[in-house]
Design a protein around this ligand. Sequence first.
Ligand SMILES: Nc1ncnc2c1ncn2[C@@H]1O[C@H](COP(=O)(O)OP(=O)(O)OP(=O)(O)O)[C@@H](O)[C@H]1O
Ligand SMILES: [Mg+2]
Length: 273
Amino acid sequence: MATSLEVRGVSLRFGGVRALTDVSFAIREGELFSIIGPNGAGKTSIVNCISGRYKPTEGQLFYQGRDITGLTPNARASLGIGRTFQNLALFHHMSVLDNIMVGRHHLLKNNFLTGSLYWLTGARKEELEHRRKVEEIIDFLDLQSVRKATAGTLSYGLRKRVELARAMALEPRLILLDEPMAGMNFEEKEDMARYIVDLNEEFGMTVVMIEHDMGVVMDISHRVMVLDFGKKIAEGDPGTVLADPHVRRAYLGEEDEVLVDPDDASPAQESAA
Ligand SMILES: Nc1ncnc2c1ncn2[C@@H]1O[C@H](COP(=O)(O)OP(=O)(O)OP(=O)(O)O)[C@@H](O)[C@H]1O
Ligand SMILES: [Mg+2]
């Protein structure tokens, strides 16, 4: 399978803070690849390096074999790299439909949001075509009933789904999802997990997902990478990663061995031994 994305030796510093240290990995076309790790491990930072929001202090990024390290976020979006944000970034006063439409703005030749020659330049015809694409996504994500609603009035779970719709509207080949299920209840998570699997399998999008819910990560990921203090500590199929002692220690908070001073050992610990 062809490589979608290669991250080569990426480090990122903010003053004295080392957000990422020498992180390397590769993602294959069609893969559903998850990034996990404790708070502050560098997960959002690596996604920001991929989307172009952050420029790595060191290292390089390749997308479909092409060095994208120096490209702007817009240029990367045009190459087919889409994303959602950890903290919702919707236009709250706009309708669901218009929020999703915004996701296509880099595909618009005539910018209908600012174009004053709307009726003269063929912008209207172009807009109708875009609307058709947007309707497809609305159908796929079951957003029909709220398509005209103002985004800010929707439940949190629905807003996260609208944000996914907007990212999909760019028709990305590679989609970066930063905690798509954060703050959701069990049912909303189940729905979101299904949409992510479907957009991977049916739309053929390569997925990079940051997610804290280990159950979902282990269920739907093809491969998982673990970051801890800005460093990659493990990578592999979900089962292998979950069983990795480094991961259990760093991420799941398990101790390798219980260090107990023999003099302090309580009767309970003795009987358990
Ligand atoms: N723009 C920034 N300016 C300064 N420091 C930053 C910036 N972005 C991230 N950092 C720092 O880099 C480190 C990694 O942060 P990052 O947001 O990538 O972690 P994360 O794994 O996404 O955490 P969380 O699970 O809480 O979202 C943290 O120490 C953070 O404070
Ligand atoms: Mg984050």
